[in-house]
Design a protein around this ligand. Structure first.
Ligand code: IPE
Ligand code: IPE
Ligand code: MG
Length: 246
């Protein structure tokens, strides 16, 4: 765990920022329950926290932020909660993501978008298209995303290449596998943040987090802000990364 003394300011080295931060945005439901509000209100507050964090990360000069917004397992929730989340997504695709674009932030979706409603798929295409001309930070939104599903989809494509004779099994290198993932071309996250006190991966970025530093905090996602982001980066910068060496 990481402790900070009251009043202490954290000296972040801006020359050693992580290029890619992955975030498991957890705790929306508990945030709402604490206030006797419906879960939907927690998700709405969570979406606002995402706007804040994207804006801060962009100002700091982070290149990629990948956020877990809806997992392949989240379909198990009540119909009411799933449709509330999808309606919020519709709203945010039309509003905050347009604001991101104004700030030069690019947006990309990872996950199996074919499992989302048609109108949402179309909105995503529009925003990804508009992102092309931007050169700021990229926010990668994981929607209907599961690390195992991502690997399964990638393996299926690789198998098709092998079956058609255009790829030899011996040529399946780690680089080839990476190029078939949703995150192809993006550096692996150096830092993974999970809020709400849970210390598990819940099927997020299984391949990509091989050497990520993990930062767990009890802060519920809707309460997460600039200070918490700075704390996580400070924690990361004070870790000794070894990559199997000594
Ligand atoms: C994370 O918050 C958002 C999604 C999974 C969509 P939760 O909804 O999981 O919040 P808790 O874990 O119940 O507090
Ligand atoms: C992980 O949170 C998924 C997202 C944040 C979108 P969950 O709340 O769904 O994960 P578990 O159920 O606690 O593992
Ligand atoms: Mg949760």
């Amino acid at each position: 765990m990481f402790f900070q003394k009251k009043g202490e300011t954290l000296a972040i080295d801006t020359s050693r920022l992580p290029k890619h931060i992955a975030i498991i945005m957890d705790g929306n439901g508990r945030w709402a329950a604490k206030r006797s509000l419906p879960r939907k209100a927690g998700h709405r507050a969570g979406a606002e926290a995402l706007e804040r964090v994207v804006s801060e990360a962009n100002k700091m000069g982070i290149q990629h932020v990948t956020v877990y917004a809806f997992s392949t397992e989240n379909w198990k929730r009540s119909d009411e909660e799933v449709s509330a989340i999808m309606d919020l997504l519709r709203h945010y695709l039309k509003n905050s993501f347009q604001r991101f674009l104004k700030d030069n932030v690019k947006m990309q979706v990872i996950g199996d978008v074919t499992g989302l409603d048609q109108d949402i798929q179309e909105q995503i295409k529009v925003i990804e298209e508009k992102s092309k001309g931007k050169d700021g930070m990229t926010v990668h939104i994981a929607l209907n995303y599961g690390g195992r599903d991502e690997l399964r989809r990638g393996i299926e494509k690789i198998a098709e290449e092998v079956a058609s004779g255009s790829l030899s099994p011996k040529d399946i290198t780690e680089e080839i596998i990476e190029s078939y993932l949703d995150t192809a071309g993006i550096p692996d996250p150096e830092l993974l943040i999970r809020t709400s006190g849970e210390e598990r991966i819940s099927n997020f970025l299984l391949w990509q987090i091989a050497y990520s530093e993990f930062y767990f905090t009890d802060v519920l996602w809707p309460d997460f802000g600039k200070k918490d982001l700075e704390k996580a980066i400070y924690y990361y910068q004070n870790r000794e990364r070894r990559f199997g060496g000594r």
